[in-house]
Ligand binder design. Sequence first.
Ligand code: NAD
Length: 362
Amino acid sequence: MFKNIALIPGDGIGPEIVREAKKVLDKISELFGHTFIYEEADMGGVAIDKYGDPLPESELNKCLKADSVLLGAVGGPKWNGVPGNMRPEKGLLRIREAMKVYSNNRPAKIWQQLADASPLKKEIVEKGIDFIIVRELIGGIYFGEHKTESNGSESIATDVLKYSESEIRRIGKIGFETALKRNKKLCSVEKSNVLDSSRLWKKVIHELAKEYPEVELTDMLVDNCAMQIVKDPSQFDVIVTENMFGDILSDEASMITGSIGMIPSSSLGETTKGLYEPIHGSAPDIAGMDIANPIGTILSAAMMLKYSFNMEKEAAAIENAVSKVLDMGYRTADIMPPSGNENYKKVSCSKMGSLITENLAN
Ligand code: NAD
């Protein structure tokens, strides 16, 4: 297959981790007979320095023309002083809007080799944690009307939580499609005992379920879901939920896996074109030191292969290589257990990328 991939290295550790992901993609193309053509685009602080704009038209167009986009991270203290509409994060919002990606998908997966890093009890972790949260990204209360008024004696603030049937249907579809590519279990999370928007959510998701008879659908109230994620996360395969619930639950879910440097994400819309990025930021404190963990970005590349290019075997090859390298005891500094254990070997960002590349097999 022939695919155009836009790479946005961005700021801080971004260029270091994206370089490693590209190394892995190059080896995948060689092993599986694909051609990946890359185009680099500037976004974030690097683009502010070059063009005075966190995402100029020329750079955005490179991304819109590509089959998919892989992003490192943007931002850093150097640009803290720039005006709000020129901040590096504006580039992120602009690209999400321009690509019309309304679904953010974050896997919560515990690598058994790193189980000690989870704050959960060993017996819970041992049951396995491997689920994905599909979060609606551009609707709901974050995008409803916000206002603060005074009634003469005090201030009253209002935030509107609004969803249309079509907005729910399109995110629901991504939830079902994601479940189809995994273990075919979808949990729809809402607050239908209280909120009208949640009752509409539930109704639309159940209508949609008729189109996906292979997927087992369950409903869960958001407060219960927050408890279940720490009590028995092994019960979940795919969770689909609205923007604010997803924001909170996905942070909870990333915490239980124990290591921010390991977690990938994807943002998808109507088409197969997606925006793939690790969930962490640009880590300015370790930028340029070749010690960052590139695995979150490498696994984001694997998600791109699976969800945008339908390359299931290739994605699995990357996940297997990551697992193998962890089995061999290689760790970047952030996932290195406390000193004194000779079973582990501390490696740099570039070495980790090379080890994963060398362990790829078709
Ligand atoms: P951060 O995720 O960059 O860093 C938090 C801590 O985790 C730091 O100690 C860092 O060294 C460590 N860390 C993060 N990723 C790591 C990796 N791959 N390997 C090893 N250690 C890693 O969060 P922050 O410090 O709050 O933010 C730094 C900058 O990143 C800010 O400018 C922020 O706005 C930006 N940011 C960007 C994105 C994005 O581009 N999507 C997301 C979050 C934050």
